[in-house]
Design a binder for this molecule. Structure first.
Ligand code: GDP
Ligand code: GDP
Length: 436
């Protein structure tokens, strides 16, 4: 599973500045997707090392939704699930009483802690940071997050302290065929759906030797096809007991999304689309996963309620317009079979091999039909394209002045490719490169 780094510290020490710096590569991606806002709390970092999740616990604490009790729980969960804590203090303000309180509570976690003294730009760092030795958390790392100074040293330390891939519990060998993650807010019916799928007559669940009922990977076969359910939240074990808000973990959801090929995202249609749905779906999209939206609890809804949910989806979730939406009832089983037929075709979309000649033909068609605009009296030229990745499919387009390409044209081209390639349910990505 993806290792987790928690950023902790008093307000204003610079946590979100560091978080933004570390997760910067996402900004461009998010800007290209209408309606999607950048997540300020959970991010993925790579920086030439093993990918990991970084969680700004301060960002969670002042959650825009203002549901303080949930937020505080999410901070606790983040700390419990963290493999490493980065504790940030303000070198300019010096050590404060709350720094000491935080340090004491962090120590009790028994996890590796990295002490980081931020804002060392323009001050005499050794003198200013000397007093932080009294926290007894080792030699502080000197950082100026807003300038990126000290970040390479921090990353190197992080890399040393994170558990190696082998140490993290992960029986990835058990993942066979198409990986499916069922994601959604507490009580939307994830557990009900998982147990219904695995309990179906047509399904053979393989009990792996050496794995327990708590296993993260649950391989099964349905109509001759192999799938693996990725169950980081123990949904299979749980019958009847609904997930409590206290136990719901965004981190576990993110880890499952990371391991999946296809994400089934459940919305409780009887409640409608909530802000948390938009938030979680944004994270699915950022991970680039192929997506099906299950509108669960469709049973017993009035026509009015059904129309309302459909309207809400258009208004609140424009950024997942590529995803198919399926009304289902996990409880009664209606619509669940269809969901599976879709999973298979979506997987094929996500893993598609696109021939360079096809891509170039489509690029020519698209640019002939609608030319890229002029920038400073020079036309942006898009010359040729090739595939740059799978799951999600990435198309790399080479040209001249591509950095000036307006978002609207980017969208036009993405939609053109999507339609011509008939890619269902997968977030196709276009990247542009200027070649001399
Ligand atoms: P958070 O509340 O811990 O997330 O803190 P922020 O990241 O919002 O930063 C608080 C303030 O400190 C902002 O005005 C930042 O611009 C500033 N800041 C952050 N990092 C640095 C730094 O390395 N040097 C200086 N001088 N200011 C910084
Ligand atoms: P989870 O927290 O997302 O795993 O949700 P659960 O699977 O525990 O379901 C929460 C509640 O919703 C339980 O009381 C379920 O019986 C109920 N539920 C789940 N699916 C459906 C459905 O399709 N229709 C109806 N009416 N209730 C459902």
């Amino acid at each position: 599973m993806l290792p987790v780094i928690a950023l902790v510290g008093r307000p204003n020490v610079g946590k979100s500045t560091l978080f933004n710096y570390l997760t910067r590569s996402r900004e461009a991606l998010v800007a290209d997707i209408p309606g999607l806002t950048r997540d300020r709390q959970y991010g993925r970092i790579q920086h030439g090392m093993r990918p990991c999740l970084v969680v700004d616990t301060g960002g969670i604490a002042d959650d825009a939704e203002g549901i303080e009790s949930i937020s505080r729980k999410q901070v606790q969960i983040a700390l419990n699930e963290a493999n490493l804590v980065v504790f940030m203090v303000d070198a300019r303000e010096g050590i404060s009483a709350s720094d000491k309180v935080i340090a004491d509570s962090l120590r009790k976690l028994g996890k590796p802690i990295l002490l980081v003294t931020n804002k060392v730009d323009g001050i005499d760092a050794p003198t200013a940071t000397a007093e932080f030795h009294s926290l007894a958390l080792g030699e502080p790392i000197l950082l100026a997050a807003s300038h990126g100074r000290g970040v390479p040293a921090l990353l190197e330390k992080i890399n040393q302290l994170l558990p190696s891939a082998a140490e993290l519990i992960d029986d990835e060998g058990a993942r066979k065929g198409i990986g499916i993650a069922v994601i959604g807010r507490p009580n939307v019916g994830k557990s009900t759906l998982v147990n219904r799928i695995l309990g179906e007559e047509r399904v053979i669940v393989f009990d792996q030797p050496g794995t327990t009922r708590d296993s993260v990977y649950i391989p099964f076969e349905r109509e001759g096809k192999q799938f693996t359910l990725i169950d980081t939240a123990g949904m299979r074990r749980r019958s009847r007991i609904a997930e409590t808000i206290e136990k719901f973990s965004v981190i576990k959801a993110l880890q499952a999304i990371d391991k999946a090929h296809v994400v089934i995202y459940l919305i409780d249609a009887s409640e409608g689309v909530t802000d948390q749905d938009a938030h979680l779906l944004g994270l699915v999209l950022e991970a680039g996963r192929t997506l099906i939206i299950g509108l669960n609890k469709w049973d017993g809804l009035t026509t009015e309620q059904k129309d309302k949910v459909k309207r809400q989806i258009e208004l609140k979730l424009p950024f997942v317009d590529f995803a198919e939406k399926h009304p289902i009832s996990a409880l009664h089983g209606s619509g669940v079979g269809k969901l599976f037929d879709v999973v298979h075709s979506l997987f094929e979309s996500a893993m598609v091999n696109l021939s360079t000649s096809t891509l170039n033909r489509i690029l020519k068609e698209a640019t002939d039909a609608h030319q890229p605009p002029m920038v400073q009296n020079r036309r942006i030229k898009l010359k040729y394209a090739h595939q740059g990745g799978r799951n999600p499919p990435v198309i790399i387009v080479h040209g001249v002045q591509t950095e000036a390409l307006p978002l609207s044209y980017h969208r036009y081209l993405t939609n053109y490719f999507r339609e011509r390639l008939q890619l269902a349910g997968t977030p196709l990505r276009l990247e542009f490169k200027t070649t001399a």
